[in-house]
Design a protein around this ligand. Sequence first.
Ligand SMILES: CCCCCCCCCCCCCCCC(=O)SCCNC(=O)CCNC(=O)[C@H](O)C(C)(C)COP(=O)(O)OP(=O)(O)OC[C@H]1O[C@@H](n2cnc3c(N)ncnc32)[C@H](O)[C@@H]1OP(=O)(O)O
Length: 132
Amino acid sequence: MNFHTRKWVKPEDLNPNGTLFGGSLLRWIDEEAAIYAIVQLGNPRVVTKYISEINFVSSAKQGDIIEMGITATDFGHTSLTMRCEVRNKITRKSILTIDKMVFVNVDEDGNPAPHGKTHIKYIEEQFEKEDL
Ligand SMILES: CCCCCCCCCCCCCCCC(=O)SCCNC(=O)CCNC(=O)[C@H](O)C(C)(C)COP(=O)(O)OP(=O)(O)OC[C@H]1O[C@@H](n2cnc3c(N)ncnc32)[C@H](O)[C@@H]1OP(=O)(O)O
């Protein structure tokens, strides 16, 4: 799993206990997963369909740097299933895991549309040779 996006836990992200608010973390993950799905499926129209059990493994506190990792685990006909982990950038301690996040590729009317993709596209494949 590649860990791309990093976030710095700021005062506005904290819950009354002084640790990272779960809702903020879930918003970041949903956005991260949506961007991953858009890039993998090559379509800006994707929607969150299903999120499995969320395990808040440990808390993060103000000043921590966290990083989010997403990887595709299954390419369906119209869907993409991903696994997610968030960890502390410095200590590598796990903060959250989600086994299954399903996004669906949709058309202009919001109906499921086949995406035709079967495997993970890595950065090098996303650019033409002359762009590199
Ligand atoms: C270069 C680009 C620049 C772009 C620049 C913009 C960047 C800026 C980022 C913005 C990114 C926005 C990302 C928004 C992310 C949200 O916030 S979306 C909002 C929340 N989600 C929604 O509102 C979706 C509401 N649900 C629906 O509209 C309908 O359920 C859906 C998604 C159209 C699916 O309809 P459906 O009748 O369930 O369809 P159905 O054919 O039965 O199933 C479709 C697929 O889902 C699977 N599925 C269905 N139910 C389940 C389930 N319970 N569990 C698992 N899988 C399931 C099916 O197996 C099927 O998969 P495939 O076998 O085809 O692979």
